[in-house]
Ligand binder design. Structure first.
Ligand code: ADP
Ligand code: GLC
Length: 482
């Protein structure tokens, strides 16, 4: 079989620039695909962090006028990743978060910034870089959504295209009068093209015009075909259901491995779960909690947005306290929710620990030290923290949505009896149903050997990319043009 070349296009990539799970996936999938004989180069915006971290970089397309300024294309590497960076200082030479200003509002020119990304992806797809002519262009999320559109309207011989949606809640919609500035032809402004409720929809364009669509779990693939889950795109996805697949995410088993993890206090494996206790102690200390080995310690690692349902957990605070549980929350996001959690921690420092911020190292300690990881999401395309939790023996307590439904086996009576249980699930996603899942988990935690079985089963679950990358390879093979 001939090896395939894929141009992956995304606005973030771990470990260089990350705001969420998208970066993890975009950073790990290319490495896993090598075993499938798939060669991937990833196009990302030339943010300062990207330009600083590219090794052995060379200019492959020299400065040209591009979207209102000048741009060039750099190719380089970072670890095992092969990268293209779109160096366009007028669009990307801005510090901090890739999407928002220091005040937290979207950059006003986000449409132009990510249209430029899509345009460059299409140019590479059409052969602009002779040393890397891809068989498939794989666009991730709305920021890359115009790539399949530019390719389709080029009317030239083009590579196959895949649009992957990691989160339906972010769609990238811009005014119709930007069509010319984006360099899209007038004919593209139709229902069957880029038009979206009177504007230009980036995600819509990708979902409409790519050869294939994927999302990051089978359950989310079904959910987004409903009007509610589709968030405006349900109808389109129902029409394209035959071209859509849900492929579960994995995690990078070398980054997330409790037996070798340099970021935790004591390394351990499923046969030495007693060694987790040192991590629990370290976690309690780090969050200023009482050093209570027997307290049921809940962990949370999350963006604090409506999606993640942390308000539902907050509404359970009194019963968490009443039942003697502890909580260690690492997160950042919604200011009101941050304040509420901070206040709860101040009022109950021995039981509630809250660290507001983004801390990759500390996330590992939470996974290694918490007894359970709570993910009460209202929707969750896949979710990665519950996968890490499985691997680390932090028993996931999750809502039954999206990838959470697909990756955790609820500890109901039959699953406990046959040993398949790996966590606790609840539905509908309400404060009350979360409360009862927490109670069920607490009760199970009190039975030490039963709890250990749940932990061990979770730790033996294969959550690696190795088992999943072949689904992408298969998909690519199906659309490679002769
Ligand atoms: P989403 O992409 O919707 O935020 P995921 O579960 O797919 O959710 O991915 C989140 C990723 O970001 C995980 O790798 C998780 O460990 C990490 N993460 C989220 N919040 C924090 C935080 N405050 N500190 C460190 N890591 C975080
Ligand atoms: C999104 C989703 C999350 C998913 C991640 C990676 O950020 O919110 O559920 O795991 O993308 O696919």
């Amino acid at each position: 079989m001939k090896s395939m070349r894929i141009l992956s296009v995304a606005s973030e990539i771990y470990p260089i620039i990350k705001t969420g799970g998208l970066a993890d996936v975009v950073g790990a999938l290319p490495i896993a695909l090598k075993a499938e004989d798939v060669e991937t180069c990833t196009l990302v915006p030339g943010y300062p962090a990207v330009l600083e971290q590219l090794r052995t970089a060379a200019t492959v397309l020299d400065w040209v006028p591009f979207f209102g300024g000048k741009a060039r294309l750099i190719r380089g590497s970072h670890g095992e990743l092969d990268l293209f960076a779109l160096d366009a200082p007028h669009l990307f030479a801005r510090p901090g978060n890739p999407y928002v200003t220091a005040e937290g509002t979207d950059w006003p020119d986000n449409g132009t910034r990510f249209a430029a990304l899509g345009r460059m992806a299409a140019d590479i797809g059409l052969g602009a870089v002779s040393t890397f002519v891809p068989d498939v262009v794989h666009a991730h999320d709305w920021q890359a959504g115009l790539a399949p559109a530019y390719l389709r309207y080029s009317r030239r011989e083009r590579p196959g295209t895949v649009m992957t949606v990691h989160n339906m809640a972010y769609q990238g919609k811009f005014p119709r009068d930007m069509l010319g500035e984006f360099g899209l032809p007038a004919e593209s402004f139709t229902i069957g093209g880029v038009e979206y409720y009177g504007g230009i929809g980036f995600l819509k364009a990708g979902l409409q015009l790519a050869d294939r669509i994927t999302t990051v779990s089978p359950t989310y693939a079904k959910e987004i075909q409903t009007d509610e889950g589709g968030m405006g795109l349900g109808g389109l996805l129902r029409e394209r259901a035959g071209d859509m697949k849900g492929i579960l995410n994995g995690i990078d088993n070398s980054v997330w491995n409790p037996a070798t993890d340099p970021r935790i206090s004591k390394r351990y494996n499923a046969d030495h779960l007693q060694d987790r206790e040192a991590n629990k102690r370290a976690l309690q200390q780090r969050f200023g909690l009482a050093p209570a080995p027997d307290a049921f310690l809940l962990g949370v690692i999350s963006r604090m947005s409506w999606q993640k349902g942390l308000d539902l957990l907050f509404d359970n605070m009194q019963s968490i306290l009443d039942q003697g549980m502890q909580l260690a929350l690492l997160g950042t996001g919604d200011a009101d929710l941050q304040d509420k959690y901070r206040a709860a921690a101040q009022a109950n420092p021995a039981r509630i620990g809250v660290l507001i911020g983004y801390d990759e190292d500390l996330a590992h300690l939470v996974q290694a030290g918490a007894d359970a990881l709570v993910v009460p999401s209202r929707f969750e395309p896949c979710g990665l923290t519950q996968l890490c939790a499985l691997r680390y023996g932090a028993v996931p307590i999750v809502s039954r949505v999206g990838g959470l439904e697909d990756t955790v086996v609820d500890a109901d009576a039959p699953a406990i009896a046959d040993g398949s249980a790996t966590g606790f699930k609840f539905a509908p996603v309400t404060t009350e149903y979360l409360a009862s899942a927490l109670q069920r988990a607490l009760k199970a935690f009190r039975d030490r050997s039963g709890w250990r079985r749940i932990q061990q089963r979770g730790m033996s679950t294969d959550v690696s990319w190795r088992a999943r990358a072949n689904r992408y390879a298969e998909l690519y093979r199906g659309i490679v043009r002769a």
